[in-house]
Write a protein that binds this ligand. Structure first.
Ligand SMILES: [Zn+2]
Length: 407
């Protein structure tokens, strides 16, 4: 705690504002953690930079304060690895940097261990992956993913106090995620405890914008999930489940190594990967609800021992789209429940924007292929080559609109 206070002393104004607010102590802790991690002081937490190191130090300090054991390299909280940073995704060579995962352990002397993870790196001043087209600016990444890291502390604190002793718990704050899941890939290849003992993995990536829907992905990765999820009462939100264990975040690394996974996500928004993803836009009470929901899930499967792993039909999602020869340059709305693909944002200068597609449009047809959901859209993309032109049909304010898109 002393170290933590010293760190917060670097932010007298932030700290004073925080401690003056009072209220629910759980929500208060979530707020303090998100505000620190997404402050300008950490310069956007770019992998392998000083801002990343400061964030890692804060996380280690919080783990220690919560009574977690160090479980990184050589009895420290840190696990070092190399990450390749490219100036743009098409650059042939990149710069190799040293990055670090932060790993803490609750040892209940149980035969198996649950991994709870969240990445803490972000886009610095706007490295590859940024959707911002202005002058370089600090990308604070409050929702992406200071929110998930704050969630780790909340869950760790609760699990230290609860009587759920049938599993050990390994908490990992991953780095290198934004550059391509470097930290989680490194961990699954170099686990700091016996890999065979790892039961399942829960990932939090962007849990700070709860509105009315919580997206839970990976429900097909174990037969245990459906039943467990049904047993948990909802607190003012609905749960949108998707089966696939693949996806654009760290749970995919565990799924690909045959572990049941779930990813918790409160949905896409216009500040995603932009400097405006700031702490004042975070729903802290919503984060409390999401993490409480996860704790209820952990309790629901506590006595089930090792969860059975099942492979899912691996739909292409999110960052996986990079494997396609073409892309539209749109941000899909992952929480949209209706038919079609609702567009949450378009990137300047990319095919969708050039063709006149707009935020809020619902894509219902590409070429001859009707688009009922994001998976049809991914399937559709795979059919096109660069330079090809196709007709797309959209719903805009209820009207059908036709556009020509050139990839
Ligand atoms: Zn993220």
């Amino acid at each position: 705690m002393k170290q933590l206070l010293t760190m917060l002393a670097l932010f007298p104004l932030v700290a004073a504002g925080l401690f003056a607010q009072g209220g629910d102590p759980v929500i208060q802790d979530l707020r303090v953690d998100v505000i620190y991690l997404s402050s300008d002081y950490l310069q956007g937490r770019e992998t392998g930079t000083e801002g990343e190191r400061l964030a890692a130090q804060y996380i280690a300090t919080r783990f220690e304060e919560l009574g977690l054991e160090p479980r990184g390299d050589k009895a420290t909280f840190f696990q070092e690895f190399s990450a390749v940073v490219k100036s743009n995704p098409h650059a042939a060579a990149g710069e190799t940097r040293t990055a670090r995962n932060v790993v803490g352990f609750i040892d209940n002397k149980a035969p198996q261990t649950v991994v709870i993870g969240a990445h803490y790196d972000h886009l610095g001043h706007g490295i590859s992956g940024s959707l911002y087209t202005g002058e370089p600016a600090i990308h604070n990444g409050a929702d992406d993913n200071a929110s998930g890291v704050a969630g780790l502390f909340r869950i760790a604190k609760a699990l230290k106090e609860k009587k759920l002793k049938k599993n050990n718990y390994l908490f990992i704050a991953f780095s290198g995620e934004e550059l391509g899941l470097f930290g989680s890939k490194y961990f699954v290849e170099h686990p700091t405890l016996e890999w065979g003992k790892i039961n399942y993995m829960l990932n939090m990536d962007m849990i700070g914008r709860l509105d009315s829907v919580l997206v839970v992905s990976g429900t097909g990765t174990s037969p245990a999930w459906e039943e467990a999820l049904l047993s948990i009462p909802r607190d003012g939100f609905t749960v949108k489940k998707t089966q696939s264990g693949m996806g654009p975040s760290d749970h995919a690394s565990f799924y690909l190594n045959d572990r049941p996974v779930l990813h918790f996500f409160t949905g896409q928004h216009g500040d995603y990967h932009k400097p405006s993803d700031d702490s004042e836009l975070v729903n802290y009470a919503g984060m409390e609800k999401v993490t409480r929901y996860m704790l209820q899930l952990i309790a629901a499967v506590d006595r089930k021992g090792r969860l059975e792993f099942t492979k899912t039909k691996d739909e292409q999602e999110g960052r996986q789209a990079a494997q396609f020869k073409v892309s539209l340059g749109v941000m899909p709305d992952y929480v949209y429940q209706g038919e079609g693909l609702r567009i949450d944002g378009v990137t300047d200068g990319r095919p969708a924007q050039v063709a006149g597609l707009q935020k809020g449009d619902i894509l219902i047809q590409m070429g001859e292929l009707p688009i009922k959901d994001i998976y049809d859209y991914m399937e559709g993309l795979a059919k096109f080559e660069k330079g090809q032109t196709t007709k797309v049909i959209l719903l805009r304010g209820g009207e059908r609109v036709e556009k020509e898109v050139t990839f």
